[in-house]
Design a protein around this ligand. Structure first.
Ligand code: PEP
Ligand code: MG
Length: 331
């Protein structure tokens, strides 16, 4: 089994009908990059940078400390792309005992709908620019991409672009080296999934955060056990939004990935490939089983089955039944 997994790791990730599928890793700290490589990932699709900010007794990492962490991840991936998400603080990832910001969070009635992710960053412009400078500086050491969590509003997009431009200007003025970075948006709010032309106009790539997209589409707190049975990735509304984002991005020739839990769950691999997805980012431990699915997938066949499954009242049952019939025919 170990030998088989080892062979699998070095095998290119290509479907039966010759479609390359990019398998990337989600990491939380620079040290995780080694696991990503070990698992055969061809890059980091999601570096959750907020983990550098958490569990620190209120003191936050300054620009240099962040830069060193990002550079460590970039160097560890030796030339492979590293997608660094700006802090996704708030809601399920609170800061500990953090001065005034923390107070604001504690008093939020609905933290998941409150000042989190890019909203939090834009409310702390100095800290946001500091993080952007740290990320830009790491780009001098490898291929860096910047990913913005929870965007939905045009004003947020424009403010983000402005912050990035200022960070670039500050580095340039100080003579500090950096290179071009691609800018991406996480699609986590239904409003963003439904206004793709706006996002595609401003961003180089998109990454679908299904964990939050499910939460916000179904109005189910992803951390609340009492409603966990209603947290359903197979809900037709969720699947329609995901299919729309993939189709719009592909149509615009911009890269689209899924980096939520669905990406690492083999129950969804065929469906996502059928929707036209060619990039998935997941925990390194899930990579080999997803790759096995990719190697056995026929995307041309799968693409034909997506429409009927999405249109049905019970997509999970419809999808499984179609694939079961196909498996029997091919036996
Ligand atoms: C997501 O929401 O799917 C995602 C990848 O981000 P996080 O789980 O860190 O909120
Ligand atoms: Mg999220």
């Amino acid at each position: 089994e170990r030998a088989r997994l080892h062979r699998l790791r070095h095998m290119p990730s290509v479907t039966l009908d010759g479609q390359p599928v990019e398998l990337l890793a989600n990491i939380e700290l620079p040290g995780d990059a080694a696991n990503a490589l070990e698992a055969g990932a061809v890059g980091v699709g999601l570096f959750r940078s907020e983990f550098l900010f958490m569990n620190r007794n209120g003191e936050l990492p300054d620009e240099d400390e962040q830069f060193e962490a990002y550079r460590a991840a970039v160097l560890a991936m030796s030339g492979l792309p590293v997608t660094i998400r700006t802090v996704d603080i708030g809601a399920d990832k609170p800061l500990d005992r953090m001065a005034v910001h923390e107070l604001r969070h504690e008093h939020a009635l609905n933290p998941a709908l409150g000042l989190r992710a890019i909203r939090w960053s834009l409310s702390e412009p100095a800290m946001f620019r500091q993080q952007l400078r740290a990320i830009l500086r790491a780009s001098a050491y490898g291929k860096v991409r910047v990913l913005i969590p929870m965007v939905a509003h045009r004003s947020e997009i424009l403010a983000t672009l402005d912050a990035l431009e200022r960070a670039r200007q500050q580095l340039q003025d100080a003579g500090i080296p950096f290179t071009d970075v691609e800018l991406g948006a996480m699609i986590e709010i239904p409003a963003a999934a439904m206004t793709m032309p706006l996002l595609l106009q401003h961003f180089d790539f998109v990454s679908i955060g299904t964990n939050d997209l499910i939460q916000y589409t179904l109005a189910i707190d992803r951390a609340d056990e009492a409603v966990a049975h209603l947290y359903d990735p197979w809900h037709p509304a969720v699947l329609q939004l995901i299919a729309n984002v993939i189709a719009m991005a592909n149509g615009a020739g911009k890269s689209v990935s899924v980096c939520g839990e669905m990406a690492g769950d083999v129950a969804f691999t065929d469906l996502l490939l059928g929707m036209g997805l060619r990039s998935l980012s997941m925990h390194p431990s899930q990579l080999s089983s997803v790759k096995q699915r990719v190697l056995r997938a026929d995307t041309a066949r799968l693409a034909k089955e997506v429409g009927p499954a999405l249109a049905s009242a019970d997509p999970a049952a419809t999808w499984l039944a179609m694939n079961e019939r196909w498996a029997q025919r091919s036996r």
